[in-house]
Design a protein around this ligand. Structure first.
Ligand code: ASP
Ligand code: MG
Length: 406
């Protein structure tokens, strides 16, 4: 007998029939003798609709009231699943964030989970009851409803699994697991049986959309075994685990890409100590996250070009922040390019192997794809290229690292 947390995403609870199917799946796990706690998203599309209602009412609004509105989608699915379970003869009860309580900080719209009270949930699990927890929401320090950021139900599920001391957290979604690359553009992508937390974290942060990045970081911190699997099939999914649980580690586990990057080049900025600080200070003050950076060598010893990337939706704001700091910065001009994509090769195997980067560069060169910026971490190499080459680059790299399914 195990204690399992099962999380179902929006497509898995998109209508009443799907909620009934989820109930049957939960019942099966209960019938096998497990204690099961469920965490749910809102029906697919509902949170977007609720957020649009808020913006339509007032583009600039009180985020406490935004949370009051957008948190309601999960209230509906939690109640409906509890009813569906009861109909199947399973004892079940819905739980909203404030009822547990699941305590967060007071950052409305993007709160952090601080503490989850589990005594009552444990008591009920112990007598065979299924708690059905509304994901994405909590209660802030002043007693108001908070939400924890879009896609946050993954994080609710992992946090609950950690707090309950669950054996496993199963994340049910509409894909079969974590793939070596996006199956929509790489027909030969294959499902990974296992992937390390570190790799999953990198994959999530550079564009793989299966899991919210924060949920992976939390699972890694608390060593919660995660499984990503489909609620539309009975196939085993992908286990996200510690590195030492993977016997035959591949050199590279996946190729990810992120189109939502934009490039800014600051042309002819004075080449002297402190220039990077003066350049990036105004951006960080504006809450803008700079990702990849390259500073070109200066020809004349006086000025240089600095290129970096920001999230595409922060491009205009970034330009405005730099223009505002122009008097201090002394540059010739800014060149913005939103038509770029960041392609990343990820694998824990690369920290003990040479040649992973050169394979990447040679593969892209062979296809005539120009690399604009490079950045690396211990288990990831990312390059920035023109967006039009996304498919070609991702497919060629997938082949080059021997990831193709045969
Ligand atoms: N319903 C919320 C959203 O769409 C939370 C989630 O589904 O994870 O962002
Ligand atoms: Mg999601």
């Amino acid at each position: 007998m195990a204690l399992i947390v099962q999380k179902f995403g929006g497509t898995s609870v998109a209508d009443l029939d799907r909620i009934r199917a989820v109930a049957a799946r939960v019942k099966a796990a209960v019938d096998e003798g497990n204690q099961v706690a469920v965490v749910l998203s809102a029906m697919a599309g509902i949170t977007d609709q609720l957020a649009a209602l808020v913006s339509d009412m007032a583009p600039i609004h009180d985020t406490r009231e935004y949370d009051t509105v957008v948190s309601t989608g999960e209230q509906v699915t939690a109640g409906l699943l509890a009813i569906a379970l009861q109909t199947l003869g399973v004892t079940a009860r819905s739980w909203l964030g404030w009822q547990i309580p699941l305590r967060t900080d007071g950052v409305h719209g993007g709160a952090r989970i601080e503490q989850i009270a589990v005594t009552e949930l444990h008591r009920r699990l112990g007598r065979g009851e299924v708690p059905v927890v509304a994901g994405f929401q909590g209660i802030g320090p002043l007693g108001r409803i908070t939400t924890i950021g879009r896609g946050g139900t993954d994080t609710t599920a992992v946090a609950l699994a950690a707090a309950l001391g669950a054996e496993r957290c199963d994340i049910y979604t509409d894909v079969e697991g974590v793939f070596t690359s996006d199956p929509r553009i790489v027909a030969k992508a294959r499902k990974l049986n296992k992937i390390t937390y570190e790799e999953m974290l990198e994959m999530a942060s550079v564009g793989a959309k299966v899991l919210q990045t924060r949920s992976v970081a939390m699972a890694m911190k608390h060593r919660v075994p995660l499984q990503v699997l489909s609620s539309f099939s009975d196939n085993p999914g992908t286990m996200v685990v510690d590195e030492d649980e993977i016997v035959e580690q591949e050199l590279v586990s996946g190729i990810a890409y992120a189109r939502d990057e934009a490039k800014i080049t600051v042309v002819k900025v004075a080449d002297r100590p402190g220039v990077a600080a003066t350049l990036f200070g105004p951006l960080s003050d504006a809450g803008i996250n700079v990702d990849m950076i390259v500073q070109n060598v200066s020809d004349d010893g006086k000025s240089t070009d600095i290129t970096f990337t920001v999230a595409q939706n922060q491009l205009e704001q970034s330009i405005a922040a730099l223009e505002a700091a122009r008097s201090k910065l002394e540059f010739e001009r800014l060149v913005a390019d939103p038509n770029v994509v960041k392609v990343s090769v990820i694998g824990v195997g690369m920290h003990s192997h040479a040649g992973v980067a050169s394979t990447m560069f040679a593969t892209l060169a062979d296809k005539g794809i120009n690399i604009q910026v490079i950045s690396t971490s211990e288990i990831k190499i990312s390059v920035l290229i023109a967006e039009e080459y996304t498919e070609l680059a991702v497919r060629s790299l997938h082949t080059a690292y021997g990831l193709d399914d045969d």
